[in-house]
Structure formats: structure tokens, C-alpha cells
Design a protein around this ligand. Structure first.
Ligand SMILES: Cc1cc2ncn([C@H]3O[C@H](COP(=O)(O)O)[C@@H](O)[C@H]3O)c2cc1C
Ligand SMILES: O=C(O)c1cccnc1
Length: 337
């Protein structure tokens, strides 16, 4: 069992990044070339099937055990008026998830996935990161460990998501820490703040950058100082999926920012990840460009909860239905040009 009693242990674990199965990827690539269609005509569905093959370690991947993991956390930065909704909504939405009433409940059911919601001390907000680190080391490591442990051995796919009022501001601060720029370059309207709210978000990010300074050049420190518990948990889950060689489906801006430290710790850090969608939060498109990821869907969604990723499971199912079920030119007696 992997444990992170200290940041040093976590740092060491982050260097354990097994590669995918190149033989399985080669076999899947060869199979795509002989299926009854013009080469490349299924576009990015072909790429997706090959990526699933690489990380599941088999020529014909499956999506039987798909887990949607949602993490929830509360944010001290909400005191700065950075969300259109009050901080209590986080706990209220966690109750709504349990009752089955949220968008993610419907989408998880519809996509044939198992939904697991993990609240991370939602009654205890992080510190306001414009003035102090959001989490102390123990708090941070507990959140990362919780996310790490939430990934089951033998899953076919892990799809990530979050709930946490104020967390688009944390995501913007983290993106600025990791990729440069100021608050105004990364903030968006989140739940729907007005122009004054948008300015307060940019100011909060700039204040955080000034407060933490050089410490933010370390990706793990950036996540601890300006992230949040649910972001740390998503990071832990992404690391765990990598170590278990399970493909990972990413949601929107908050999810993307949370796992981005893995890409900063090593160039191939997110090699097992697929971007489910691009959210309407403007920073997300920039973030995906920085990460070199192309989203499967672009539907102007800006909900979070893992909703965009969960919808994209259906696209992956389509990709695999073709990849696994189609006849080859030889089998069907179709002339292959
Ligand atoms: C009812 C409701 C349900 C949600 N589900 C996800 N979010 C999303 O909105 C929040 C981030 O936006 P901001 O940074 O503006 O607070 C996160 O909780 C995110 O998951 C929701 C927000 C609300 C209000
Ligand atoms: O893209 C996201 O992750 C997002 C956007 C708006 C609100 N919550 C999350």
C-alpha cells in the first residue's frame, strides 16, 4: 500500500510513473489499419481506442468497470466574494449527490458508470490562500492520500470531478502558479459572477501570487498553497491511476488545474489522461493547450461535478464499439484499396 507520510514520500511517489503497454498500443494501431473503413476515418475515436489499449494493456480494451470519482472541499477564499453562490452550497450539493438529484447522478447512470462521492472535511474550509497556505502539510497529504486510495485496482477507466464553491478561483491561482501569467489571464465567471466578482477573482489570484512568491515554483507546493482539498484529492487519484496503469478521463478547468502539477513534475505525467471536454471557463482552453491535450467534447458546459468527463464516456464507448466490433477487410471480403 502506497503511503505519503511526508511531502518527500509524495515527491518520490510522483517519480514512479510506469509507462503504458507499447505492445498493446501497437496491436491496437495495427487493428485500426485493417478495419473496414478508410484509414483514419474515425478520427480521434481511433486515437482514443489506441490510448485505452495502451493503458489497459490489451489490444481490445473494455469499459465495464468505469468509476466516476467526485471529490468535494470547502474554500476559505470564498470570504473574498469570488463565487455567485454561498459556501454552504458545497455541503448542500454533497447531500444532493447522495439523494441522486444532481446532474452527475443522471449522467453517471446514463453512461453506465459507478459514481463515488468523497467529501473532504467540507465543514472545515481551507485557509484563505491570499494570506496563508490553503493547507498545512498534514492536511494536504491526507487529501492526496484520500484521492489516491479512492482508485480501485482493476478499474477500466477513472473519470474525475469535483464540487467546491470558490474552486474556480483556486484553479486559476494554481494555473497561474504553474504556467505563469496573472489573475486576469486565468479567471472566468465560474458559477456566474458579475464584472465586479470577476475583478475580485483576479485580485485574489494576484494577491495569492504575491503572498506565496517563489514557493509556487514547486508544483506540489503550488497545489498545497493555492489549491484545495478536492484538488489535492484529484491529483492523488490521477497519480494512483497512473501507477495502476488505468486510463484517466479529465473534466473541466478545476479538474485540469488539479492534475496539472503531474505534468509539471514530469513531461509524460499525464500520458494516461484523456480530456473529456473543454469547459466554457476561458482558462480551460489555455490550460489544455499548455498540457497538449485535445478535448473530446466542446459543449459550452461549465458545471464541474465531472459532468463533461462523464458525458465523454459515451464517446469512448462508441470508439470501442467500432474498435472491438468492426470486421476487418479480410473478414468481410471488402477490397482494401
Ligand atoms: C448549485 C451548484 C451546483 C454545482 N455543481 C458544480 N458546481 C461548480 O461550481 C463551483 C465552482 O464555481 P465558483 O468558483 O464560481 O464557486 C464548484 O462547486 C463546481 O463544481 C456547482 C455550483 C452550484 C452553485
Ligand atoms: O470547468 C470547470 O471545471 C468549472 C466551471 C464552472 C464551474 N465549476 C467548474
Amino acid at each position: 500500500m502506497t503511503r505519503f507520510p511526508s511531502i518527500t514520500d509524495l515527491r518520490t511517489a510522483c517519480n514512479n510513473r510506469p509507462n503504458g503497454d507499447e505492445d498493446a498500443a501497437q496491436a491496437a494501431t495495427a487493428r485500426q489499419a485493417v478495419l473496414t473503413k478508410p484509414p483514419g476515418s474515425l478520427g480521434r475515436l481511433e486515437e482514443a481506442a489506441i490510448r485505452l489499449a495502451r493503458w489497459q494493456g490489451r489490444e481490445k480494451p473494455a469499459l465495464e468497470r468505469v468509476h466516476v470519482l467526485i471529490f468535494a472541499g470547502s474554500h476559505g477564499v470564498t470570504a473574498r466574494g469570488v463565487s455567485a453562490f454561498p459556501a454552504e452550497v458545497t455541503a448542500q450539493m454533497v447531500a444532493n449527490f447522495s439523494a441522486g438529484g444532481a446532474a452527475i447522478n443522471q449522467l453517471a447512470k446514463q453512461s453506465g458508470a459507478i459514481l463515488i462521492v468523497t467529501p473532504l472535511e467540507i465543514e472545515r474550509p481551507t485557509a484563505d490562500f491570499t494570506q496563508a497556505p490553503a493547507m498545512d502539510e498534514a492536511d494536504f497529504l491526507t487529501a492526496v492520500q484520500t484521492g489516491f486510495d479512492a482508485v480501485p485496482e482493476g478499474a477500466d477507466l477513472i473519470s474525475l470531478g469535483e464540487m467546491g464553491i470558490g474552486n474556480t478561483t483556486a484553479a486559476a491561482a494554481l494555473a497561474a502558479a504553474l504556467f505563469g501569467g496573472r489573475g486576469a489571464d486565468w479567471v472566468g465567471r465560474g458559477t456566474g459572477v458579475d464584472d465586479a466578482g470577476l475583478s475580485r477573482k483576479a485580485e485574489a489570484v494576484d494577491a495569492a501570487l504575491a503572498c506565496h512568491g517563489e514557493a509556487l515554483s514547486d508544483p506540489l507546493e503550488a497545489l498545497r498553497r493555492v489549491g484545495g482539498r478536492e484538488l489535492a484529492a484529484m491529483f492523488g487519484a490521477a497519480l494512483s491511476a497512473r501507477q495502476k496503469r488505468i486510463p484517466l478521463l479529465l473534466d473541466g478547468f478545476v479538474c485540469g488545474a488539479a492534475v496539472a502539477p503531474l505534468a509539471r513534475l514530469g513531461e509524460d505525467g499525464l500520458a494516461h489522461a484523456i480530456a473529456g471536454h473543454v469547459s466554457a471557463e476561458p482558462g480551460h482552453r489555455k490550460l489544455l493547450a499548455e498540457l497538449g491535450l485535445k478535448p473530446l467534447l466542446d459543449l459550452d458546459m461549465r458545471l464541474g461535478e465531472g459532468s463533461g468527463a462523464c458525458l465523454a464516456i459515451n464517446i469512448l464507448r462508441g470508439a470501442l464499439a467500432c474498435h472491438n466490433g468492426m470486421a476487418t477487410f479480410a473478414e468481410a471480403g471488402v477490397s482494401d484499396g
